[in-house]
Design a protein around this ligand. Structure first.
Ligand SMILES: [Zn+2]
Ligand SMILES: [Zn+2]
Length: 143
């Protein structure tokens, strides 16, 4: 799958491995997205590549460690590498023509009062208790 920011200066490709998406309803994601949540997935670093525009990315880091990466020309959120864990976070609003569904909702207890979380999928009140299992659940099994 491929994705790009609003102005098109930043674009990327993910070779394979995504099976489903998650939505995070925490307060940070509400402010970052300007909406109910971030809808995203997490992919292996080896499956991710920048097509162009890695030099057009700015970032902001909160004292808590939350980091937001965005296109410095148009402000779209863009993928970012998750520390040293070997994964990239991919905001799905940038991706076109990829079929997947949301399997997990995070931070349901922090949701905006006008946010209606749909039935189905796994719901966590905060972070998933087992991060490894959560990330694996988003990826196609690597058999
Ligand atoms: Zn842009
Ligand atoms: Zn969040």
């Amino acid at each position: 799958m491929q994705g790009s920011c609003n102005c098109g200066k930043v674009s990327f490709a993910v070779s394979d491995g995504v099976s489903s998406l998650y939505q995070c309803h925490c307060k940070l994601c509400q402010k970052q997205s300007g909406s109910t949540s971030n809808t995203a997935t997490i992919v292996n670093e080896s499956d991710f590549k920048w097509i162009k525009g890695a030099d057009s990315i700015s970032q902001w880091k909160k004292d808590s460690g939350f980091t937001s990466h965005f296109c410095k020309h148009c402000g779209s959120p863009v993928p970012n590498k998750l520390g040293e864990y070997g994964f990239y976070w991919v905001p799905m609003g940038l991706v076109e023509g990829f079929e997947a569904r949301i399997s997990t909702h995070l931070f349901c207890n922090s949701k905006a009062n006008w946010d209606v979380i749909p039935d189905g999928g796994v719901k966590h009140t905060g972070m998933p208790p087992d991060l490894d299992a959560f990330i694996k659940s988003l990826q196609k099994s690597q058999v």
